[in-house]
Design a protein around this ligand. Sequence first.
Ligand code: BV8
Length: 236
Amino acid sequence: MTIMTGSRNIVILTGAGVSAESGIDTFRDAGGLWEKHRVEDVATPEAFARDPELVLRFYDMRRKAIQTKQPNAAHEALARLDREWDGDLLIVTQNVDDLHERAGARNVLHMHGTHLNAWCTACDVRSRWTGTLIERPPCPDCGEPALRPDVVWFGEMPYEMERIYTALRSADLFVSIGTSGAVYPAAGFVRDARNLGVETLELNLEPSQGSHWFDEARHGPASQIVPSWVDELLGG
Ligand code: BV8
């Protein structure tokens, strides 16, 4: 059953599963494996206040790792859709890597921030940052040694929520790709979409926690099912 015919405005939500085949661990894989800490225990403001070195090392390690990874066919297909789709398209990603952008996508919204920015807790300025933060380097703007990862931790408000809901309100189709549906508010977007009368599609390796909320679900590796979906949408 193809529900996409006639879709004009599309909102796509991506999660760690879209970057899995690029060699970036998903949270389900990494959960609990990192220095015996659950991600939820190191990705919080409380953890940063309690043990800043632990948290900064966690993010330094991941920031370094993503710079050695390449976009995969799923990122490439979504970038092609972004280029060729004649309606509105917004890619809302929970991921803090830059693989969507490196594949060429332009309409990308990082609702949980990005590994490649540092955020100064003294002057609030965000700067592009590809190095480490463990040595507490000076903020490029104010010089204070007050930089933290520009990443939304558990208990912090995700970025640009109003822009996301505005896009959902004018969407015809909501597509969730490579996410377990475990983390809110992202996991609730499918229900928001349904309440707005928006068609919903899940593309994931396996049924997510919210799979039953979707009008249609296709399961398999993103590098296979996303390109075939985009081909279908763009007419091959
Ligand atoms: C907020 C950045 C409110 C950091 C992330 C109870 C207690 C405490 C808190 C809560 C609670 N109930 C609800 C909450 C709120 C909490 C939450 O949802 N907690 C969960 C654990 C219950 N949410 C928050 O705290 C959010 N903020 O609510 O603020 C507020 C209100 C007012 C004022 C202030 C605040 C903030 C959440 C953001 C946290 N930051 N990331 C970092 O990256 O280090 S979350 C992080 O985990 C990711 O960004 C992502 O969102 C989430 C992991 O999810 P996925 O991306 O889905 O990854 P996962 O590994 O889980 O799944 C991968 C999927 O891919 C799987 O389904 C798998 O099958 C599939 N897959 C694997 N391989 C492939 C594949 N699919 C296709 N192809 C493949 N090859």
